[in-house]
Write a protein that binds this ligand. Structure first.
Ligand code: TRP
Length: 325
């Protein structure tokens, strides 16, 4: 069976954008591929190295999110990146053979430096972000990597590194390809990109009350001020959510809005119910699991052991080919 690898940067609880974009995709993949899904806590260090005290807690939160949406340790391998130290060893070996311009031209890393305003605080480790990501993938000889468009430059480097290594030392690694998923666009409640740092997100773990409050505060069509004003769903954030979470009523809502038959308050209330309905079983499961954290951590420990076996074999072969053994 072909292999898939994908990681989630552990920077805190996941939101519903992760759910419909990343996690739902994982659910499908665990049925179709030999899948490895992991918490990229070392990658979190590339920008959060000053706040390592929150890493441990974040890791458990992401574990809870991953399990509560239905990722199943019987169907996929769930693990923690830092629990598989073979990644770091291979990362170092690869870093020796990667020409500097390959990492310097990486647009996604450049954007991270710009967006986070890192300037001279951008670390050597951040520059190596794509090499660490390459390691995560090729150490399992994965064929496919489900990612969003922003990650394509990293995969390009991954393939170049594979060719370079195989050319220098002998055939070992497999060139990975992106499984580009057209993620539905889930904006934040303020209409910008949904993100924790913009404080405009709805978390998987949020309560129904908080979900409702967030949705009631969402921006809508600025031209629709009064209930009977005619609205423009195409520019409305709330409508974008209806498209994803309320498919059965979305056509009626569209025409009611355009005809000035429904006001934004009612429309948001309807949406909040749908989102909460959809999230309820996930949140109930998450609540149950949160009382069994030891069991949750055990699942990822077991997965990390399984991952280490495979990663260790690949590392061993790489060391042999490089005449380091
Ligand atoms: N860079 C990825 C992201 O920000 C996270 C990641 C780290 C990853 N290692 C990976 C994704 C390996 C896929 C495969 O989303």
């Amino acid at each position: 069976m072909e292999r898939v690898v994908s990681g989630i940067r552990a920077t805190g609880q996941l939101h519903i954008g992760h759910l419909v974009g990343v996690l739902q995709n994982y659910l499908k993949l665990q049925e179709e591929y030999q899948s490895f899904f992991f918490i990229a806590d070392l990658h979190a260090l590339t920008t959060n190295y000053e706040h390592t005290e929150i890493l441990k807690g974040n890791r458990v939160e992401v574990m809870l999110d991953m399990l509560s949406v239905g990722l199943d340790p019987q169907k996929c391998t769930l693990f923690v990146q830092s629990e598989v130290p073979e990644h770091t060893y291979l990362h170092l070996l690869l870093s020796m053979i990667v020409p500097l311009p390959w990492v310097e031209r990486n647009t996604t890393v450049k954007e991270m430096i710009r967006d986070l305003d890192l300037k001279e605080n951008a670390s050597y480790g951040l520059l190596g972000y794509p090499i660490l990501m390459t390691t995560d993938i090729i150490i399992y000889k994965a064929h496919y990597v489900p990612v969003g468009k922003d990650q394509l430059p990293h995969l390009e480097i991954a393939r170049e590194i594979v060719r370079r290594f195989n050319g220098l030392y002998g055939e070992l690694f497999v060139e990975p390809h992106a499984l580009l998923t057209e993620f539905p666009n889930v904006p934040g409640v303020d209409g910008r990109k949904m993100s924790k740092s913009l404080d405009n997100d709805i978390k998987i773990a949020d309560s129904e009350e908080l979900t409702k409050i967030r949705i009631m505060s969402a921006v809508t069509d600025p031209e629709k001020v009064r209930l009977h004003d005619k609205g423009h769903p195409s520019v409305c954030t709330v409508f974008k959510y209806h498209l994803i979470f309320n498919r059965s009523e979305v056509d009626a809502i569209k025409s009611d809005c355009e005809d000035g038959e429904i006001g934004c308050v009612a429309c948001k209330k309807q949406l909040a119910e749908k989102v909460n309905e959809r999230m309820r079983p996930i949140r109930e499961k998450r609540e149950r699991l949160s009382h069994e954290k030891d069991k949750v951590i055990d699942i990822f420990d077991e997965g990390s052991k399984k991952a280490r076996k495979i990663a260790g074999q690949t590392l061993e072969k790489a060391l042999n080919l490089m005449k380091l053994k």
